[in-house]
Design a binder for this molecule. Structure first.
Ligand code: AMP
Length: 541
């Protein structure tokens, strides 16, 4: 017997319809490429995304055709989120930090038909358009009078001219909720990039789950500034969850430096934010140097790579901001776990609570996870047994776009490539990326643990731990360190700092001071590049 409930597909267009009906005057504030602040409402987003829908129909695109963006976090990008997917086309968010050759490869692989870009990225478009024969139309996200006369780009139109005069009435089509809605290529460090192809169903379910109190806890009372870019896994789904809840959105546009983001947070009474650790590093440095405090900021999600305990403590103790440590992947839309305490843990002493909050957190309903040994046998949830982390659920990929790389699943589970433990309360702790684990004398050393200790030293701005070949131990860890501006610390002082904080044999053999640690297109440390840079390095004998 089937249930007797209405059969309505879960579609992204429902989210924007809802925001318009129930949060019409909810604000969306954007720092524009032009430098000014743009301010309008959810009702305006809805109206203009329907104009986008007409403009796309005018290009005679087919259902599921890809429409790419190369854009900052901003209101026009938001309109494309709803306008493109709402019509059944696939929003392909390109990462502007990639090398132009990679942009060409990805745009051709995705078979993008339209590319919408912020004017900041005009030089990239000029460098790639001749090699992207499938792109029929380029849309510059600007007013008509900002369009350069001699760009050399064929079929270039300004966004405002493109949607101007289009009707704001549009009946969103109804279709199978499993239809593709958007796609994002992984920041894979080896081989060609592969794309996660999200569906309307996976996106709407993820939007529901992300808003839950024990997850991102997003509500109509929040003013959210996503620092995480809309070109990286849909800004962790925040635009969708914001529409679902009616939260205010504040977009920093191209001004991503600590000072600009801080000022926007203050003027727009931001309560909530999200981003990778490296961006918060800049923000905290700016705030410390200028003796600043937050007036309204209360919570921030930090994920994408391990959040150093020193950062969680600084936010908490110095600024009264709760850090929600999160773990996820492009292949998981991206949320997998989020760290919030359980009722029974609230009575624990502050230190014990902090120990829990340093972990990557508990699985969200919708994500099932397990750790397995080399033979694939499930390991106990004891907080000690470390193994390969596998996940499954309705917003985890079943395969990559175009079947690239074959079937990625192992008996229905997606192997994350991360090594982790899970404790008896279900809290996940990521030890490493499997390819970054350091093996010394047959034992594993967690590079994340070593980095976390180094980052707690006041003179250390950033630290990356990598294994170096060793004749006796196979590999030994060394730590590459970027010092805070003006700070002084010696190799010996830093090595001494590890004493008593980890087992003696896990203490790095050496400290290498560097000017910068290579960061990838999504702000994560690129250890492969670092290893390349250190290829002539010799361990001290
Ligand atoms: P991406 O798909 O580019 O977002 O990268 C996903 C990978 O980032 C994961 O498989 C992890 O290796 C890493 N990652 C994400 N969040 C965390 C976290 N909180 N702690 C440690 N690693 C993380």
């Amino acid at each position: 017997m089937l249930g007797l409930m209405q059969d309505q597909p879960l579609l992204i267009s429902n989210l924007i319809d809802f925001a318009e009906r129930h949060h019409a005057d909810g604000e969306i504030v954007s720092r524009r490429v032009e430098g000014d602040l743009h301010r309008y409402t959810w009702a305006d987003v809805a109206k203009r995304s329907r104009q986008v829908a007409h403009a796309l129909d005018g290009l005679k695109l087919e259902f599921s055709d890809r429409v790419a963006t190369l854009a900052w976090n901003g209101y026009r990008h938001l309109e494309l989120y709803f306008g493109v997917s709402g019509t059944g086309r696939v929003l392909h968010t390109l990462n502007p930090r990639l090398h132009p050759d990679q942009v060409v490869w990805i745009a051709n692989h995705a078979e993008d038909k339209v590319l919408c870009f912020d004017m900041t990225f005009l030089p990239i478009i000029q460098a790639v358009h001749a090699r992207c024969p499938m792109i029929q139309t380029y849309v510059a996200l600007c007013d008509a009078d900002k369009l350069p006369a001699d760009s050399g780009i064929p079929n270039l139109v300004s966004y405002e001219a493109w949607i101007a005069g289009k009707s704001s009435d549009y009946a969103w089509p109804q279709f199978d909720e499993n239809s593709a809605s958007s796609m994002c290529y992984t920041s894979g460090t080896t081989g060609n990039p592969k794309a996660a192809l999200y569906s309307h169903r996976s996106t709407v379910l993820h939007a529901y789950a992300a808003a839950l109190p024990d997850v991102m806890c997003i509500s109509a009372r929040d003013s959210i500034l996503p620092v995480v870019p809309m070109f990286h896994v849909n800004a962790w789904g925040i635009p969708y969850s914001a529409a679902l809840t009616g939260a205010k959105l504040v977009f920093p546009g191209p001004a991503m430096d600590g000072k600009s983001v801080y000022e926007l947070m203050e003027t727009e009474r931001v309560t909530y934010s999200a981003g990778v650790p490296t961006v918060w590093q800049m923000m905290l440095a700016h705030m410390k140097a200028n003796n600043l405090k937050f007036s309204t900021m209360r919570r921030t999600v930090i994920g994408g790579s391990a959040c150093p305990p020193a950062m969680i403590r600084a936010f908490n103790d110095d600024y009264g901001v709760e850090v929600l440590h999160a773990w996820g992947m492009t292949e998981m839309s991206p949320l997998g776990t989020l760290c919030t305490l359980k009722n029974k843990q609230l009575v624990l002493p502050a230190d014990a609570q902090m120990q829990i909050r340093l972990k990557q957190g508990r699985a969200i309903f919708g994500v099932d996870m397990k750790v397995v040994d080399e033979a694939g046998a499930e390991l106990p949830w004891d907080g000690k047994s470390s193994g390969d982390l596998l996940v499954k659920g309705p917003w985890v990929i079943a395969e990559y776009f175009k079947g690239e790389g074959g079937n990625p699943l192992i008996n229905g589970w997606f192997p994350t490539g991360d090594v982790a433990t899970i404790d008896a309360d279900g809290f996940l702790q990521i030890t490493d990326r499997s390819k970054d684990v350091i093996k010394s004398g047959g034992e594993w050393i967690s590079s994340i643990e070593i980095e976390n200790i180094a980052m707690a030293h006041p003179a250390v701005m950033m630290a990356a731990c990598v294994g170096m070949p060793h004749p006796k131990w196979d590999e030994r860890p060394i730590i590459a360190v970027v010092k805070r501006p003006g700070a002084q610390v010696t190799r010996e002082e830093l090595l001494q700092f590890f004493e008593g904080k980890t087992a003696k044999w896990q203490i790095p053999d050496d400290v290498v001071f560097v000017d910068a640690i290579p960061l990838g297109a999504t702000g994560k440390m690129q250890k492969m590049k670092l290893r390349e840079q250190l290829k002539d390095y010799k361990l001290p004998s």
